[in-house]
Structures are given as structure tokens and as C-alpha cells.
Write a protein that binds this ligand. Structure first.
Ligand SMILES: *Cc1c(COP(=O)(O)O)cnc(C)c1O
Length: 424
């Protein structure tokens, strides 16, 4: 399977910028955005895509997405400010999340950013902010159906997934008394107008059927309320990573966005939502394979019971492998032996859990100094990276022939500038 990356160019970047380093291919991200916008545009109704800023907040990327016609999904005041700075039109930003401070809500209202209500107390804060701004603020409400979006042959796994789905904390359960009470409060607020429902039911979802079934109660609620926009959230799974969940180790049938959106569109029409906007909030789908992380083998240990390659990229900059996500690795920079062997891959942290893969087939002759690309690293890497033991990596963006460092690597000074009252 080809990776689609110019391996010689990657090795050259690693040589000039050092490792570990992220590489962003801007055109890959733009292509994904265009494909999604094309799929939405092909439906017989208005569509919208809000890019999930938390998935990768790199300004270089956000600016491109804003220019491409995407909106933004933000989940904190800091993300809201970043989205406004990146040039997303305020009317194309939605503000989600379980906690929004009164100041953050007021900032949203002043900028005509729609807030999807997730806490009952937000209603009073929004009403106050809208009254102060002398406006009627459009709001949405976040719902959850209490249904799992996974699939498995294992009844115990499914039962657990069902319990977890019912115990959701983002939004309100469809059809519940609690939801009715919150809706009545929104209705009573003179400066608020409910125009959207919102749901976001998970990430790296690879089973379209349970997702469609889980969205059904959300669409029904939208039809009952007669809202103008139905936002089905993000979560579109990508083929480049595997996230074994419990005993559900299959990669799933995969979720083709165009096919899935067509199915949602059809169901909306059946439910009488013929004119409503169909909106989604992808993150991973747009950025996952637009980045790879270049890393070097720093140590090779062949022990009686394990064969380790220890890399300079660890969980501090590739945090997902710590949650069981399996990413593809390819060797770079020279000719390798065709003889493959199952290597255990670890990061450089002096920390038990810093393991990327217990056994992954790679050339037997890999050794110190060799380069690997860790693929599909665009989602939830930069924003979730930290400086536990080692410093954060920079990002080199390529755009056709162009190449620019768009995020520099962290330094000791960056980290310790947080220290207050130290004399040295
Ligand atoms: C994280 C998040 C998304 C994006 O999820 P992906 O799995 O990356 O597509 C969308 N909407 C909300 C509310 C989120 O919190």
C-alpha cells in the first residue's frame, strides 16, 4: 500500500529540520475539505461544514480552511478567539462544549457566533448577554440519543457500550423530561431564538449503520422543533488508523462521508426536514492523513523476549498511541531489506506506557539513525502534545513545491517562562 507521500522529500525534511518533526501537506487537507464540501453541495439542500478546531488548531491550517469556505466548531473561549483570528466568518462559527464561562458566552453573542447550549445555566447567561447587546441571539441545543455507535459480535462489549451511551454528559437525552424543561426555558428567553439542534456522538466512527440509527431520534427532535439547521457533529472515521475497542477489533466497513450524508439527507426529507440545513463538524476526516510525524530510531535492543526500536517521538507528541490507536509506520531515507520482522516500537520517554505498538512488521535491518514516518498524525497531535520529559516538535508545511516551517519546535525557555518569581 502506497502512502502517497514523497519519501525522498520527507527524508530530506527530516535531515534539514531534525526529528521529531511533523509534516503537513496543505494540499491533502484542502483536497479533503473540497471533497466534503462537494458532497454537501451535491445534496438537494443547503449544507454546512464546521471544522473542529480542537482537532488541529495550527493557524496555517485554520486559515486555509476558512479561505476554503469551511466554518469552525470551537469548544472554548480560546478556540473561539483562535477561529476569529484565523478568519472564519463569525456567522460560520458554532460554539459547543460542556463548559462555557459567562465571558465566553458574551464574546460569542457580541460576535453573532451561535452557541449550542449544553448546560442549563447557559440560558440565563446567554439571555443576559443578548439583552445587553440589544440583539436576539440564535442558539442551538445539543442532544444525545443514548445509543452506541459501535458494533461488535461480543454481547458483553455491546452491553457496556449501551450503558456508556445512556450515561452521556454532552447535551440532553432526546425525548427526556429534562430536555423538555430546558427547551421551555429557551422558549421563555425573549432574546434567544432556537434555530438548530446539534449532536456529536463520538470519534473515529467506522460503522455507518449504528450511527445513522443513533441520529434518528435527533432528527425526529429537530423535525418536532422545526429548526432551521441540523448539525450531526463529526466523528467520521478514517481508514488510516485502527482503534481496537474492547473485543471489537475490526476496522469496520468504514464511513464514506458522501454516502453517509446522502443517507442522512434522505432521512431528513422523510421526516419533513426538507428545507433544513444539514451541517456536520468533521475534524479527523479533514486532517488525519494531511500530516505525518517523522521520527528517528534512537536505540535498538534485541533481548531474549523482545525486539525494541526506541524512537525520538513519544506520547508527548503522539498521544493517541497511548489510548490504543494503531498508526502505520513506514521506513524512509535508504533502501531497506525486504525481510520483515515484528518490532516493538516505543517512544523516548522514561515512562512505562510510552509504547506505540507491541509488534509491527518492519524491515529487519532497521537500526539507529534510521527514519520512520508515523502516518495519519494530523488529528489530535499538536493540540494534545505536551512537554512531559521531552519538548514539543515543530511543523513543516509543504504546499506543492513550497516548504515552510509554520510552527517551530519548543525550547527550554518556552517551558520555563511559566515560572514566576524565580531569580536565576
Ligand atoms: C471533537 C469534536 C468534533 C470533531 O470530531 P472528529 O472525530 O475529529 O471528527 C466535532 N464536534 C464536536 C462537538 C467535537 O467535540
Amino acid at each position: 500500500m502506497t502512502t502517497g507521500w514523497d519519501e525522498e522529500r520527507l527524508a530530506d525534511i527530516a535531515g534539514r529540520h531534525g526529528t521529531p518533526v511533523h509534516v503537513l501537506d496543505v494540499r491533502r487537507a484542502e483536497r479533503s475539505a473540497d471533497e466534503l464540501l462537494g458532497a454537501l453541495g451535491g445534496l438537494g439542500r443547503p449544507g454546512r461544514a464546521y471544522y473542529s478546531v480542537k482537532t488541529n488548531y495550527l493557524p496555517h491550517l485554520c486559515e486555509r480552511f476558512a479561505a476554503r469556505g469551511l466554518g469552525a466548531d470551537v469548544v472554548s473561549g480560546y478556540e473561539l478567539r483562535a477561529a476569529l483570528r484565523a478568519g472564519f466568518a463569525p456567522g460560520d462559527i458554532v460554539f459547543n462544549g460542556p463548559v462555557k464561562t459567562p465571558e465566553e458566552l458574551a464574546l460569542a453573542v457580541r460576535n453573532s457566533v451561535r452557541v449550542n447550549i449544553d448546560g442549563e445555566h447557559e440560558i440565563a447567561a446567554l439571555e443576559r448577554a443578548a439583552a445587553e447587546a440589544g440583539t436576539v441571539a440564535e442558539v442551538g441545543i445539543r442532544l444525545f440519543p443514548g445509543l452506541p455507535v459501535t458494533a461488535s459480535d461480543d454481547p458483553a462489549f455491546l452491553a457496556q457500550a449501551e450503558r456508556t451511551a445512556r450515561r452521556g454528559r454532552f447535551g440532553w437525552p432526546t425525548g427526556s423530561g429534562q430536555l423538555a424543561r430546558v427547551l421551555a426555558a429557551v422558549d421563555a428567553a425573549r432574546h434567544l431564538s432556537l434555530t438548530a439542534v446539534h449532536a456529536h456522538l463520538g470519534s473515529q466512527i467506522v460503522h455507518p449503520e449504528p450511527l445513522l440509527a443513533a441520529l434518528d431520534p435527533v432528527l425526529e427532535e429537530a423535525a418536532r422543533l422545526g429548526v432551521r439547521e441540523v448539525n450531526i457533529g463529526g466523528g467520521f472515521g478514517v481508514p488510516g488508523i485502527l482503534r481496537p475497542r474492547g473485543t471489537d477489533r475490526s476496522p469496520g466497513p468504514g464511513l464514506d462521508p458522501a454516502t453517509f450524508l446522502t443517507a442522512v439527507d434522505k432521512r431528513m426529507t422523510e421526516l419533513g426536514l426538507g428545507d433544513a440545513v444539514l451541517a456536520c463538524e468533521p475534524g479527523r476526516l479533514l486532517v488525519s492523513d494531511a500530516m505525518c510525524l517523522l521520527t528517528r530510531v534512537m536505540s535498538r535492543k534485541e533481548l531474549p523476549d523482545a525486539r525494541w526500536l526506541i524512537l525520538d517521538a513519544g506520547h508527548h507528541i503522539a498521544p493517541w498511541t497511548g489510548t490504543g490507536e494503531v498508526h502505520r509506520f513506514t521506513p524512509l531515507g535508504r533502501e531497506f531489506s525486504g525481510d520483515l520482522t515484528p518490532w516493538s516500537l516505543a517512544g523516548p520517554l522514561c515512562y512505562e506506557a510510552d509504547v506505540h505498538a507491541p509488534a509491527t512488521d518492519l524491515p529487519a535491518d532497521l537500526g539507529i539513525g534510521d527514519l520512520l514516518a508515523m502516518h495519519d498524525s494530523g488529528a489530535y497531535s499538536l493540540g494534545r502534545s505536551n512537554n512531559f520529559i521531552r519538548l514539543r516538535a515543530g511543523v513543516v508545511a509543504i504546499d506543492g513545491e513550497r516548504e515552510d516551517l509554520v510552527w517551530r519546535a519548543e525550547t527550554d525557555e518556552d517551558v520555563f517562562r511559566f515560572a514566576v518569581g524565580v531569580t536565576a
